[in-house]
Ligand binder design. Structure first.
Ligand code: NAD
Length: 290
């Protein structure tokens, strides 16, 4: 397929690379020229603008930080909708608020462009290993068109409902992930505070009922206080905001999510916004006077 890929960051670069490796013709664009050069070195086409990436593409994929960037790139002057041929499929894989996904789908429909929201989970490791979980909102027929591309970057690929539903599932994912990081951090602070080796303790937890993928993937780096991203606190702060706003709109009460939201906000306020979200541990340490 001819694919335009916009947003070649921590996630987008390996994802676009997998599409190239799977035999697709990928024209990639990012505001950072080095990111575009990296894709070209991996066999993609270096696009000089959003319009250039969209030119000739049957499917356009966006992997951008948040809704203002998606609005600019998709709805803005010279953006995807200004340049895409009718019939083009836009797959937005960014994590953004569900309302924006719905607005984008409506605006696109007026131009004959089809849209899916397809946010992902699995982190940088999942992107590198083409093992992402992908939650897709939109029409079933468009999902079928996108499926071969999604299979090149992911393992668990599920159509979860209409436009915006993918983002709702992603918000649910993020509140669970944030909660687990907060609790693994508390487990480390408790064990160290009691003079027990935290690495040894977490090894045992990883084999029992507390086992989870964050313990599997991150326990060593957390105990060693290695917090280079990965997934930045700033982005998780954005995602907790999306979850809280969705909860408010749905008129449901999520007290644990509220607490985790405040811990992530504290991490950001302490200046850790560009660290990995496992740096939530630093907040618990500070609260404990460590
Ligand atoms: P990132 O900041 O590394 O990448 C975003 C890229 O978009 C950057 O390279 C940036 O230069 C580019 N960009 C911004 N504005 C642009 C514009 N107007 N035109 C073209 N390019 C533009 O972020 P990331 O970690 O790759 O995350 C991307 C999305 O995926 C976010 O919504 C994030 O929440 C989500 N996500 C990230 C992870 C993770 O572990 N990093 C995991 C799952 C989901």
């Amino acid at each position: 397929m001819n694919v335009g890929f916009i947003g070649l960051g921590i996630m987008g670069t390996p994802m676009a690379g997998h599409l190239v490796a799977a035999g697709h013709a990928v024209g990639g664009y990012d505001v950072v020229p080095e990111a575009v050069a990296k894709l070209a070195a991996a066999g993609g086409r270096a696009a000089s603008s959003v319009a250039d990436a969209v030119e000739g593409a049957e499917v356009v994929i966006t992997m951008l930080p948040n809704h203002p960037q998606v609005e600019e790139v998709v709805l803005g002057a010279g953006g995807v909708l200004d340049n895409a041929k009718p019939g083009t499929l836009l797959v937005d894989m960014s994590t953004i608020r569900p309302e924006t996904s719905i607005e984008v789908a409506k605006a696109a429909q007026e131009k004959g462009v089809r849209v899916l929201d397809a946010p992902v989970s699995g982190g940088e490791a999942g992107a590198r290993q083409a093992a992402l979980s992908i939650m897709v909102g939109g029409d079933e027929a468009d999902f079928a068109v996108a499926r071969p591309l999604l299979e090149a970057v992911g393992k668990t690929i599920v159509h979860v409902g209409p436009h915006g539903a993918g983002q709702v599932v992603k918000a649910a994912n993020q509140l669970v992930v944030g909660g687990i990081y907060a609790l693994v951090g508390e487990a480390i602070v408790l064990m160290e505070g009691c003079g027990v080796d935290a690495k040894t303790g977490l090894d045992v937890l990883a084999g029992g009922l507390a086992a989870n993928r964050i313990l599997d993937l991150k326990r060593e780096s957390m105990v060693a206080r290695q917090f280079e991203p990965g997934f930045r606190i700033d982005l998780h702060h954005k995602d907790m905001g999306i979850a809280m706003a969705a909860a408010r709109q749905a008129d449901v009460s999520l007290p644990m999510t509220g607490l985790v939201t405040q811990l992530v906000a504290a991490a950001r306020a302490m200046g850790h916004g560009s660290l990995d979200h496992s740096a939530l541990l630093k907040v618990t340490e500070q609260l404990s006077g460590r």
